[in-house]
Ligand binder design. Sequence first.
Ligand SMILES: Cc1cc2nc3c(=O)[nH]c(=O)nc-3n(C[C@H](O)[C@H](O)[C@H](O)COP(=O)(O)OP(=O)(O)OC[C@H]3O[C@@H](n4cnc5c(N)ncnc54)[C@H](O)[C@@H]3O)c2cc1C
Length: 307
Amino acid sequence: MFDLMIIGGGPAGVAAGVYAARKRLKTVLIAEEIGGQSVVSEGIENWIGSPKVHGTELAKMFAAHLDTVKGDVVTLELGQRVTKLAKIEGAFKATTKNGSGYRAKAVLVASGAGRRKLDIPGAEKFENKGVTYCASCDGPLFAGQDVAVVGGGNAGFETALQLLAYAKSVTLIHKHKEFKADPVTVEKARAHPNMRVIAHAEPTEIMGDQFVTGLKYLDKDSGEVKEFAVSGVFAEVGVIPNTSFAEGLLELDAIKRIKVDPRNQRTSVDGIWAAGDATDELYHQNNIAAGDGVKALEDIYLWVKKH
Ligand SMILES: Cc1cc2nc3c(=O)[nH]c(=O)nc-3n(C[C@H](O)[C@H](O)[C@H](O)COP(=O)(O)OP(=O)(O)OC[C@H]3O[C@@H](n4cnc5c(N)ncnc54)[C@H](O)[C@@H]3O)c2cc1C
């Protein structure tokens, strides 16, 4: 039986793990891997203390920090996916995909989020045949080709910037007139001669034979359906929280994020905290996730000492 179980190895889980080690809380950190979502980023330029760091480098820094402080206090269980979290007598139990079970007095859910899939005809059929969700992984395959990016948030514009390094042209489609992305990132992309932006437009179909050949979209200004030729479609249409294992146990919002008290990260269940992108936190950033993890840990420490 552990004092604390941390589910997740992104910035929220790792920050909490480091604090747990320093506070000598007997902890198990269960995660598929250490690093989190931004591991695929070519350059993170806002991780405080580091002007620019590659996502894989940041993941290595996280792992090194944990390894340095964990001693025999924090046990790492990596390559594990929690499928069920349940309340048992006086504690909580997590069950993983491979059937392992872990028990702890307190739980911090820091399981983050994954990519939302495009839900239009052709998207599923052509996944990995031109439709992709990872520019860093698949971008170089489209060198010298025309590609589209769907989504006008930071992830969409960052994807476009990465693709501009090798693609012949990048067309970004965004459903609203205004962009959610930072103005600096938008301006940087728009200044590139091979960049085209179509705002106030909704993709309606991905066309192709064996591979993607084009994208149809609704021009919301004119009401016309238009199309253009591309061989790659990079979708950046939002994220889905990794919270299915806590459904029925924790109170979730309409889009399945865990509801928390932002003062201390407590959830609807006494003894369970949540931090980072898995929560109903308004802003999703590495620094915020790490800060939430630390905030939770401070509160967990006091709670564990009383129970
Ligand atoms: C492409 C991209 C670029 C980004 N760039 C930036 C940036 O430049 N700056 C910035 O501040 N933010 C950036 N972000 C956002 C940032 O990555 C997230 O806000 C942050 O990673 C959230 O951290 P987290 O710890 O809450 O969750 P995550 O990073 O999502 O980590 C979740 C962890 O939980 C594990 N996990 C998930 N489900 C389970 C389960 N069932 N069982 C066990 N383990 C599980 C995962 O393996 C992972 O270790 C970017 C995001 C993306 C996708």
